[in-house]
Each structure stands twice: as C-alpha cells, then as structure tokens.
Design a protein around this ligand. Structure first.
Ligand code: FAD
Length: 545
C-alpha cells in the first residue's frame, strides 16, 4: 500500500507477537476469503450515523486509539462464525461481535479491549429469514436493521397489517439493539421482552438454539420463548457469553388507528406530581406506549441548531436563555414536554385521551399542543413516526448542539414515582452544574419503571469537554448508586464502574457471572470486559477502568 494510506500501524492484541498475529490473520483469510478479513491500518475516520466506522467509536469519549480494533472480519454464515471462534481460541485472540455497530452513546462499534478482532456480523449476515403474518413474528440475522424490516413488511404489502417497533434511530440492528436491551416507543418498546428464540454460537464454537428452537421440527420458536428447562436467553443479553446469529422477534398488529399527542408543563417542580399522575395511567395501559417526558433544553436542541446560536457564555445555558430561545417552539416558556401516542379506532382513542387530558390538567398551567398547528419538520412528528413503528433519524439533530457533536448516556432506572424522578433530576442537575454542562433529561416511561436517559452532548475534538463529560458521568453513577439507583445499560468506558454498583452480598452476582464466563469461555476470548465481566486470565490485571 502507498505510504500515505498507512498512517497507522495496526494495533496488535496483547499477548501475541505482531508477526504471529499477521500469520493468524492470513490463516483466517484463507478460510473466509481475502475480502472478508480487513486489517485496521488506515487512518480512523468518523463518518456519520449512516456511514459509521466499524473500527472504533466515532463518538469517542477517550482518545480514539483507546477502544480500537486490530482487524475486522465479516462472516457470511453461522458456520463461519464458528470458524472464527475456533480460530480465536487457537491463538487466544480477543474477538468482539457487533451486529451493525451503531451503538452510539454506548461505545459505537468499538471493542472493550484494545486490539480485539471485531466480528462485523451485519455486513453479510443480513437476511430476513421469515416474516409470519399470521403469528405476527419474524426471524432475522444480525445485519437486519429496523429500516430493512420496515421496508420488507411494506414490500410484502403487510404495512396495514403489522408494525415493527423502532428505537429513536432506525439504522441500528434489531439483534444488536435487542441484545443490549434497547428500547423503542410503541407498546412493544421493551425489545428484549418482545424477542422469542435465539441461535447462539458459544465461545468454544458449539451452536445452540434456545427455547422451542431446541426441539427439531418445531413451529413455535418465535411464538413461545421459554421452551423447557432453564430459560437461558438472559445470559446472552448484555454479556459476553455467546454470539447471536439469529433471533425471533414479535411484531405488533396494526391497532386500527393512532393519534400522537403532546402536553407541556410549566415548571421544573411539576416533575414529581406529573410522574405520580403518569404512573397509574401507564400501568393500566391508558398511556400505552413508552412515551417520553423531555426537558425543554433538549427539546430546544432537537431543532438541530448549535448552542452558540442561542448562547455564547460558558457553563450550563441559563434557564432564561433556554426559554428565550424556545419561545418559538411548542414548549416555549414551559419546562417539560410529554410526547405520547394513543392507539385504536377513534372512539377508543377518544375515551383514553379524555382520561389523559383530565389527569394531565391537574398540573396547573398544563398545555395541550394542537398537532395541526405544528409544521411538518417539528420534532413532534418524529415522535409520531417512531411511536407507530416508522424508522427515522430526526433524533440525531440534538447531537448538533456542540461542534463535532458526540454524546454519551447516563441511564438509571427507577419506579414511576415522583419522589424518585425528583431525586434523580436533582442529582443530574447538580452534577451538570458542577461540570458546566447543559442538562438533557428525558424520562422514558416503561410499564412499571422508567429509564431516565440523560445524554451529555460534547465536542469530541475538545479534550477538556470529553474529560468533563466523563467525570460528570462517573459522579452520577456513584451518586445514583448511593441512593439505590442503577443503570439499565452503559458505555464501554463505564461498564466496570456500573457493574461494580450491582454488588449486593459481596458481589455475589458478578462472582456468578465470572463462573459462567470461565465455564463457557475457558480461553477468555469473547468480548473480554463487556458489561464488566472479565475472564480469568484478564481479571485483576489492570484491565478494569
Ligand atoms: P450493535 O452496535 O451491533 O450492538 C450493540 C452491542 O451489543 C455490541 O457492541 C455488542 O457488544 C453486542 N452485540 C451486538 N450484536 C451481537 C450479537 N449478534 N451477539 C452478541 N453480542 C452482540 N438506543 C435505544 O435502544 N433506543 C433509542 O431510542 C436510542 N436512541 C438513540 C438516539 C441517538 C441520537 C443515538 C445516537 C443513539 C440512540 N440509541 C438508542 C443507541 C443506539 O443507536 C441503538 O441502541 C442502536 O440500535 C445500537 O446499535 P446496533 O443496533 O447497531 O447494535
């Protein structure tokens, strides 16, 4: 290769000499084909969401070279995944599977251990194996995105029949998002709860099918998740115990109508009483979807304009400046915006919406926004699309708040209770003030709990901002744990810290996970350190951060 194309020497995984590593890669090329093994020796390019790199985290919070792959391999089948796993065991090379690598805010495509070989499953394993219009299920490979499934349903003329559930951005992988226990915004928003059946390559190379998939000739793999005996699926989510090569997913029947709605509430202090109003409505399914309650600052940022257009001072943007800038938006001088969706035919919706209206108006000054007054590119319509399973990328806009916009999330869970919401809000606000960062809290209300998603947007070219964002996150994780709150999911850089907060009974759960890890992956090759689970040969050797 010409010199200028090789500005970086590829990283080599620890514990193997460069020459031996290159020889091992050559062997893998023979098995998978030259074009399916790529050494990571070119300058790291960040691209953007739709053209993201698979070599590193394009929204890096550390130095870009910190979480970086040595090579990327592209299997075309479950058998090829098995070959890669056997190869990794032979040379004791760490491998890190991604489905599509759009895990932005949580580490993107990056591996936890520098120099791991990334298995990019999605590039070639991207088939929709089944869409069952009678059972409302599908079976997909890792490279099937929310967009792709949505398009396939349309192509088969089934769009009036069944819906998918999509996260705020539709470009991710259904498997990747689901195994990381991601969320969407229809009544099927808890993706892990909605999957049924996995095919998994174990770290020693065997393949298993879970649930009914273990029974040859069954026709219930996607209909009944449990099968017989221990329900093993759980150990393959947020873990490093296996590589998922197929997954079943349930689909939602078209409910026969839908109507997005939006309310705003004037004061930050309205949060606690509002959450207490939301709880019974949500648990009894009058509020039917994973709706979002967003702070005005993020609602302003969702317009896609940089912060400097509204405020040039340092520190968090003052409330008066936020409201002055938000004056032309539907949230205006209010503090909170609730985006919801009602499903079903008009008479069913009217009943539910009347109950919601009466309840929400118990907050003095609550305002219902008439959707017919909102222009087509208003953020409200993105929420409307997502809550009816139409993939979208409008949500990316708030990342423009900072130049070279990147983000990282603090995502604690709590019951749907006002006191908890207020406590977490105060904790987050204080930490953001301490580090001079704008605070973007959004409460995503599940059935009996809520995820508070706080996105810190930072300029990834600014080392000072990166440092402040990370310090702020670390403080919030520890302070939340002291109050009894834990994160539902986290970025690679925080996995050890977050796992360390789940330490009841002298860390009994992590000890159990480590026993599973050592039994299933004796050579410790699969995604070492993911979710804080380190295999024996890495433990206590300075890998934790
Ligand atoms: P991947 O990156 O492929 O996978 C995620 C992780 O799971 C991988 O790092 C890997 O460790 C593991 N993994 C993946 N595939 C496998 C496999 N086959 N076997 C074993 N392990 C595997 N997320 C949400 O959930 N909801 C949202 O509403 C949401 N909104 C977002 C908004 C913005 C603006 C941004 C930038 C991100 C948002 N995200 C959201 C985060 C993220 O973009 C999505 O979760 C995305 O779907 C994850 O990327 P992916 O699907 O490509 O998964």
């Amino acid at each position: 290769k010409p010199q200028n194309e090789r500005q970086r020497l590829p990283v080599v995984p620890q514990g193997i000499e460069r020459d031996e590593f290159l020889k091992a890669l050559a062997e893998l090329k023979e098995q998978l084909g030259q074009e399916n093994v790529e050494i990571n020796d070119k300058p790291l390019k960040d691209g953007w969401y739709m053209e993201h790199p698979n070599t590193h985290d394009m929204m890096t919070i550390l130095d870009e070279e910190e979480f970086v792959a040595s090579a990327i391999v592209y299997p075309g089948s479950t058998e090829e995944v098995q070959q890669i796993v056997l190869w990794a065991n032979k040379y004791r090379i760490p491998i890190f599977p991604i489905s599509m690598g759009r895990n932005l805010g949580y580490g993107g495509a990056a591996p936890r251990v520098r120099g791991s070989v990334t298995i990019d499953l999605g590039k070639r394993m991207n088939k929709i194996l089944d869409i069952n219009a009678e059972d409302y299920t599908c079976l997909v490979e890792p490279g099937v995105s929310f967009y792709a499934l949505y398009e396939a349903i349309k192509e088969r003329g089934l769009e009036d029949h069944m819906w998918i559930d999509t996260p705020d951005l539709g470009g991710g992988s259904i498997i990747g998002n689901t195994v990381d226990r991601g969320v969407g915004y229809t009544p099927y928003g808890d993706h892990w709860a909605c999957h049924s059946g996995l095919e998994v390559v174990l770290p020693t190379g065997e393949v298993i099918r879970t649930g009914m998939g273990a029974l040859p000739g069954n026709n219930t793999w996607q209909a009944f998740p449990y099968g017989f005996g221990p329900f093993s699926d759980g150990i393959f989510s947020q873990s490093n115990f296996g590589i998922v090569t197929k997954m079943g997913m349930t689909l939602m029947p078209n409910p026969g109508g839908h109507e997005a709605f939006m309310y705003t509430f004037p004061k930050e202090e309205d949060l606690a009483p509002l959450i207490d109003i939301i709880r019974p409505l949500r648990i009894s399914n009058i509020l039917e979807n994973v709706a979002q309650l967003r702070h005005v600052t993020q609602a302003l940022a969702a317009r896609g304009r940089p912060r400097t257009e509204f405020y040039s001072g340092s520190g968090p943007m003052p409330s008066e400046a936020v409201h002055a800038a938000a004056a032309k938006t539907p949230v205006g001088d209010h503090a909170w915006a609730y985006y919801g969706m009602s499903y079903g035919p008009p008479q069913v919706r009217a009943h539910k919406l009347a109950l919601v209206d009466a309840a929400f108006r118990r907050i003095p000054g609550a305002r219902r926004i008439d959707p017919s007054t909102l222009p087509a590119d208003e953020y409200f319509w993105a929420r409307d699309r997502v809550a009816r399973g139409v993939p979208d990328i409008h949500e990316l806009r708030w990342v423009n708040w900072q130049p070279n916009g990147a983000h990282i999330a603090f995502s604690p869970v709590s019951p749907i209770r006002g006191a908890d919401a207020a406590r977490l809000f105060a904790l987050g606000k204080e930490a953001h003030e301490r580090y001079g960062i704008d605070f973007f809290p959004a409460f995503c209300v599940g059935l009996r709990e809520m995820h508070l998603i706080v996105e810190i947007v930072f300029d990834r070219a600014d080392a000072g901002q990166r440092k402040a964002a990370l310090a702020c996150l670390r403080d919030m994780v520890d302070e939340a744990a002291k109050l009894g709150y834990g994160e539902y999911r986290t970025h690679l850089v925080l996995m050890d810290q977050v796992a360390g907060t789940y330490n009841w009974n002298d860390g009994a759960l992590m000890k159990f996970n480590e026993r599973l890890k050592d039994a299933l992956d004796p050579q410790g090759i699969l995604a070492p350190g993911r979710c804080g689970i380190w295999p024996k040969r890495y433990r206590g050797r300075g890998w934790e951060m």
